[in-house]
Design a protein around this ligand. Structure first.
Ligand SMILES: *Cc1c(COP(=O)(O)O)cnc(C)c1O
Length: 382
């Protein structure tokens, strides 16, 4: 048997599970005591690895988990059989009957979904749990808020459905607090218009990481859905959120594979989009867009070597990235390179790394490829 598992690392991500646990506890402590914590772990827990991450979040006291699809729900079931799981995405019709296998709560936005699920539950002789989603201005999932009371009545009359929650999602909580407040108003008005609704025992939730800024103590809300912030990334610069001293959980590293001298005037990489202005020392790194270094960060991004920032020269390629180390003495083959994270007191944040590629931290985390092993750091060290 050949195995690659004992080969040295060329490009890897480190996941600090102890930091993840501390983040959850800090976020919790900053929220009103009655707020339940829904840990959002879709997309392989934002690229951090669902198994390890969810197990640690269970240990740290998450109340409920939210995922995007049934495969993710099934994976969660293997880790912690008893935990409540909310499916955030709509089901495809062929998926309806599988909901019963995994005992997940389903998000419903339409009369068609309510009817389908009620039928699937009836033919299995079971009950399906649902959360009613209300569209208060996101224009994606949810029943339009003015039609929410009618859908609520339909759920109430569906004999094999059990309503466990009502929620909405903010479109601009990181940039438009006035519109977020309007979304809250629409949600509360829709809820009040649901005749006969008994909020006791229902999970009422709206806030994602950015929304936590304006989370309401008063009002009907009793849960938050936290994704990015638990991984230690502030969704935007904000005084209130930065009071939660969340630490980054993810770092991204590679190594110097080759060091060489090139004369002034040499072009660098495909298309020769960078031409050296001076005699230079360049380092060729063992990572490229095949690992998740965005090609869009060509000629823009930086990395840390020996704690110093080194600019990316020319285009990022599939397996290699070239950086300028002329001003960093002593760089040699095998040296560790930080793409995202800390080194000798210097730091490149995920948000800065994402900006070089004109994207957002959420997408960056989903773009680290499966070629990249994830190493898990616990409180006991790696
Ligand atoms: C992904 C997602 C979240 C989590 O958002 P963050 O900004 O990462 O905290 C919350 N709610 C819904 C419906 C989502 O799809």
């Amino acid at each position: 048997m050949f195995t690659a598992s004992r080969l040295p690392l060329r490009c890897w991500a480190e996941i600090d599970l102890a930091a993840l646990e501390r983040n959850l506890r800090l976020i919790r402590a900053s929220l009103p005591g009655h707020m339940r914590y829904v840990a959002v772990v879709k997309a392989d827990a934002y690229g951090h690895g669902l198994h390890q991450t969810a197990a640690r979040l269970m240990h740290a006291g998450a109340d409920l988990f939210a995922v995007a699809n049934l495969a993710e729900a099934a994976a969660l079931r293997e880790i912690g059989p008893g935990w409540p799981v909310l499916l955030l995405s709509p089901l495809l019709p062929e998926e309806d009957r599988h909901v019963l296998d995994y005992d997940v709560a389903v998000t419903v936005s339409s009369a068609g979904e309510v009817e389908r699920l009620d039928n699937a539950a009836r033919s299995a002789g079971r009950t399906v749990t649902v959360h009613l989603k209300i569209d208060t201005g996101m224009g994606r999932l949810g029943v339009w808020h003015e039609q929410a009371p009618a859908l609520y009545q339909q759920i109430r009359q569906a004999s094999h459905l059990k309503l466990a929650g009502v929620f909405t999602h903010f479109s601009s909580s990181d940039e438009d607090s006035a519109f977020t407040a309007e979304q809250r108003r629409r949600f509360v008005a829709a809820l009040n218009a649901c005749q006969g609704i008994d909020l006791t025992g229902l999970l009422i939730h709206a806030d994602n990481s950015s929304g936590l800024e304006t989370v309401e103590v008063a009002g009907p809300f009793n849960a938050v859905r936290v994704g990015l912030l638990q991984f230690g990334i502030l969704p935007h610069a904000s005084s209130l959120l930065s009071q939660v001293q969340a630490e980054p959980v993810f770092s991204f590293r590679t190594r110097v594979a080759l060091v060489k001298q090139l004369p002034a005037g040499s072009g660098i990489s495909y298309g020769r989009t960078h031409v050296l202005r001076r005699d230079s020392t360049v380092a060729v790194l063992a990572a490229g867009y095949g690992d998740g270094v965005p090609r869009a960060s060509s000629n823009r991004g930086q990395v840390l070597i020996h704690g110093q920032r080194c600019p990316i020269l020319g285009r990022v390629t599939m397996d290699q990235t070239i950086v300028d180390v002329t001003d960093v003495p002593g760089v040699t083959t095998g040296d560790e390179v930080v793409l995202v994270g800390r080194q000798q007191g210097a730091q490149i944040g995920l948000t800065e790394f994402s900006r070089w590629a004109d994207t957002i931290p959420w997408e960056t985390l989903c773009s680290v490829t499966k070629r990249v092993p994830r190493l898990y750091r616990t409180s006991l060290g790696l």
